[in-house]
Write a protein that binds this ligand. Sequence first.
Ligand code: NAG
Ligand code: NAG
Ligand code: NAG
Ligand code: NAG
Ligand code: NAG
Ligand code: NAG
Ligand code: NAG
Ligand code: NAG
Ligand code: NAG
Ligand code: NAG
Ligand code: NAG
Ligand code: NAG
Length: 746
Amino acid sequence: MARSTVLAFYLIATGLTYGFNGDSFELECPDECDCHYFRINWVTDCSESNLTEVPYDELSLSVYILDLNGNNITDLKPFPGDIKMRRLQIADNRLTKVNKEAFKGLEYLIDVDLSGNNISYVDPEAFLDSRGLLNVELQGNPLTVVEGPFLASATLQYLDISSCNLSSINPQFFDNITTLTTVDLSNNPLKTLEAGVFDVLTSLETLKLNDCKLTAISENAFSSAINIKYLELSGNHFTNTDWPEVLGKLLRLEYLNLRKSRLTSLSEDTFSNCTNLVTLILADNELRDLDVAATLGNSVTHLEELDLSNCNIQGPISGETFTNASRLKRLYLSGNPLVAADLQAALEPLPTLERLFLSNCGLRDLPDNFNVFDNLLELDISYNPLENVFTKLLAPLEKLEYLNMGYSNLSYVGPDTFSKMTAMKRLVLSGNDLLSLEAGLFGNLTQLTTIELEFCGLKRPLNGLAFFKNLTYMDLREIRLGGNPLVIPPSGPIFPKQLSQVSILDLSNCNITSLNVDAFKNTENITDLNLGGNRLRSADASLSFLERLRHLEKINLSNNNLTTIDPDVFANNPKLHSLNLLGNPFICDCKIAEMWDWANMIKGDLDVLIGAKSAEKDIVVKGNKKKKHLYCHYNETQLRNMTTMVNKTVPGRRPFAKPRELTFANRTWAKYVRESGCEPVVKILRPIALVGESFEYSQSNNITAGVTVVAIMALGLGVATLLMTIKLFRRKTVDEADTETNRKVR
Ligand SMILES: *[C@@H]1O[C@H](CO)[C@@H](O)[C@H](O)[C@H]1NC(C)=O
Ligand SMILES: *[C@@H]1O[C@H](CO)[C@@H](O)[C@H](O)[C@H]1NC(C)=O
Ligand SMILES: *[C@@H]1O[C@H](CO)[C@@H](O)[C@H](O)[C@H]1NC(C)=O
Ligand SMILES: *[C@@H]1O[C@H](CO)[C@@H](O)[C@H](O)[C@H]1NC(C)=O
Ligand SMILES: *[C@@H]1O[C@H](CO)[C@@H](O)[C@H](O)[C@H]1NC(C)=O
Ligand SMILES: *[C@@H]1O[C@H](CO)[C@@H](O)[C@H](O)[C@H]1NC(C)=O
Ligand SMILES: *[C@@H]1O[C@H](CO)[C@@H](O)[C@H](O)[C@H]1NC(C)=O
Ligand SMILES: *[C@@H]1O[C@H](CO)[C@@H](O)[C@H](O)[C@H]1NC(C)=O
Ligand SMILES: *[C@@H]1O[C@H](CO)[C@@H](O)[C@H](O)[C@H]1NC(C)=O
Ligand SMILES: *[C@@H]1O[C@H](CO)[C@@H](O)[C@H](O)[C@H]1NC(C)=O
Ligand SMILES: *[C@@H]1O[C@H](CO)[C@@H](O)[C@H](O)[C@H]1NC(C)=O
Ligand SMILES: *[C@@H]1O[C@H](CO)[C@@H](O)[C@H](O)[C@H]1NC(C)=O
């Protein structure tokens, strides 16, 4: 029943599509472009097509969206009359000006993107004919100083002129675009804002003035722009601004960002008129003597997010501080010197807090009223010189999902600390000298996904006793244990059964000299293993642990003590696609060449060997950026023998370019493989090598064998060609149908 309904619908739909897109709907499309319907709109996509001019003559008059981004267009001429274009995208070209003639008659135009050109002049009347214009993007053009009104449009709502090198905005700038709701002026070296600039923008809701080198804002700057809800002023150099007056006009303000703006003080009534403020960002300002309570006043009753990070606030954050901001959900106090007792009083009125950031606050104790936070999801108390025996205080946080207690001077974490935090997903305890973990410490964390225990002085990898014996921690996928001086047992698994679902494991810098074959017996699902910075050697079977890791995709063995490596050790890791071997003292031998061939031929991608090719970002023409390269070095015997080796050429390898001097013992793998004269290994080159062998065989005596091989190959090729032809033919018919529905044949 359902199936026949679907079929009926399908038949009706296809019928309609064919009818609708008949010949009369086949629209014009320039040769270089790709045209299609999007819904019922004709889209002409000529982006990145090396065009030097707009293909005016070939455009359909019904083009709805014309995309010319990323070409080499230098000039615009008039578009054909009657064109119904709604959106013109011509970003990242080489236009130098926006002329009136070019946009003449574009009555239907709504959006224009002219960003990333070389435009210095915009004719104020360029868009007069576009009576429904809404959006203009001009960011990233070197506009020259504008005198008088910038543009005239009775409908424009969105204007982006960020990064345009404007050094001033004249008082008439916006006179003829008074309908704007969003203006982005960021990253222009404006220095000051004259009074009256925004006066005409009575509908303005979003204004961005980040990184404008502003030192002052005139007190009446926003006196008429009273609808602003969202104001960004970060990255400026304010020294002299009467904030109560400036902000006093913004009765509807909901979001204010003043990050890193060199503020040094804010007076009592700064936000007294901002009763709708939801987000206030004051981070990275030197607000040493800020009286938070007085500054917030009693008006900001809707505040949900307050960021005071790194403000070096010295005045106490205490009892009254947040009483008037009792709806706060996210509070950032990191990087300010705090005292637990004061903090405790300050946090008391904030029971709805969801995220609290107290990193690097010089805290020696914790407030002991965490029981008021019924809703806390995230808590960061890292980088505080905490003194012990406090961890009990955290116990009431039953909803907590993310807890960062890293680098907090802990030496002991009581066994019950986390027992009620059953919702915990990510726990960070790195950088504390824990030495060992209490039995059952993580037992109740059944929803844990990530645990970080780096640099904790642990000798045993995660002890089974820290978890409940009877459970498998199904969500625990990531364990970070880097920087612990682990002692690895000579036999048997190093992780307990409970952790069988782990897929990302970091054991870097753990002083590991060897791992036994069963090391990962209980954690066979590892996909990403970091063993960098250990002391693994190329001794017998030192990498035999790899046999069990059939799901391994990525392994880091950099900066170990490997002198040689055999591709055979990865025989059981078919999914491996990233192998880091940098920084090992490899001896140049034919195993190096074999490893190279393995990456190239078996994996089909030399990039599997990290450092085999220099990454594009590491190629620097000038300067001396260090390139990441795989190296091996010759021993002395080899070096003495070099002159006899260098003339050898091997089929299948790039010809050896004789080095100018042979005094250096270090070789990149790439160079060594070429000069080594190591024969490619048959099993690695199997497909090619086998055919090659047969040919040699046939040449010598047994002709029939060779003929058979050739015949089989020819037959194979024939069948393949036939199959491809059929496939192509079928695809073509499908394509044609497809084209009929919505594509123009080129
Ligand atoms: C554009 O031209 C350059 C050289 O002029 C050429 O290398 C490149 O392939 C061309 N790109 C396209 C998409 O045709
Ligand atoms: C644009 O032209 C320049 C020089 O005329 C050329 O180097 C560049 O590749 C061209 N770019 C495109 C996208 O065609
Ligand atoms: C633009 O504004 C000026 C006043 O600044 C006015 O004289 C002129 O007529 C306006 N032009 C248009 C096209 O609206
Ligand atoms: C605050 O708003 C009131 C009107 O609600 C206004 O009279 C007063 O001038 C404003 N304060 C400042 C400092 O602008
Ligand atoms: C683990 O959590 C459960 C439920 O929250 C609780 O009843 C139990 O006491 C906790 N176990 C321990 C060892 O704290
Ligand atoms: C697992 O053992 C712990 C104590 O070791 C106990 O509290 C818990 O209820 C047990 N859980 C299950 C699922 O048996
Ligand atoms: C690293 O392991 C060796 C033994 O293999 C031991 O002598 C040394 O003390 C360990 N280093 C550290 C920092 O624990
Ligand atoms: C590995 O993962 C698969 C699928 O998630 C699972 O079926 C299997 O039990 C896991 N292996 C181990 C050793 O846990
Ligand atoms: C590396 O291995 C060599 C022997 O192969 C040993 O002499 C050397 O001490 C090892 N280096 C380190 C850092 O473990
Ligand atoms: C030098 O390397 C060659 C080839 O890898 C090897 O046969 C020889 O034993 C090495 N000699 C020394 C002194 O390590
Ligand atoms: C290497 O080849 C050059 C010329 O190609 C020849 O002069 C030289 O004798 C050869 N060296 C050896 C060791 O065969
Ligand atoms: C020196 O080079 C010759 C010629 O390639 C080779 O036969 C011989 O084994 C090499 N000797 C050593 C010690 O590598």
